[in-house]
Design a protein around this ligand. Structure first.
Ligand SMILES: [Zn+2]
Length: 87
């Protein structure tokens, strides 16, 4: 890993991942998060999990229930995010 990924960038990227997913960001901010995700494995992993949560939420609006195993994974990932944010 190169040392040019600062913690501030990571916390900003993690806090704004949902905004990023929703496409509610200004182009400038969107590019900043996209650039960060491109070189930060840790944030990219979180982004993948949030994408999954979002897909599940969308799916839960449909009559077909989400598989219990996927739901458990999502609940676990949300719990781990909350623990992180409390640091
Ligand atoms: Zn990061």
């Amino acid at each position: 890993m190169s040392g040019d990924v600062s913690e501030a960038d990571c916390s900003e990227a993690l806090h704004r991942v949902f905004e990023y997913l929703d496409g509610e960001m200004a182009t400038e901010d969107h590019d900043k998060i996209a650039a960060h995700l491109a070189h930060c494995v840790e944030c990219l992993r979180q982004y993948d999990m949030d994408t999954m949560v979002k897909a599940l939420v969308k799916r839960s609006c449909q009559p077909e229930p989400a598989p219990a195993r996927l739901r458990m994974m999502v609940v676990q990932s949300i719990t781990s995010v909350e623990i992180r944010y409390q640091d």
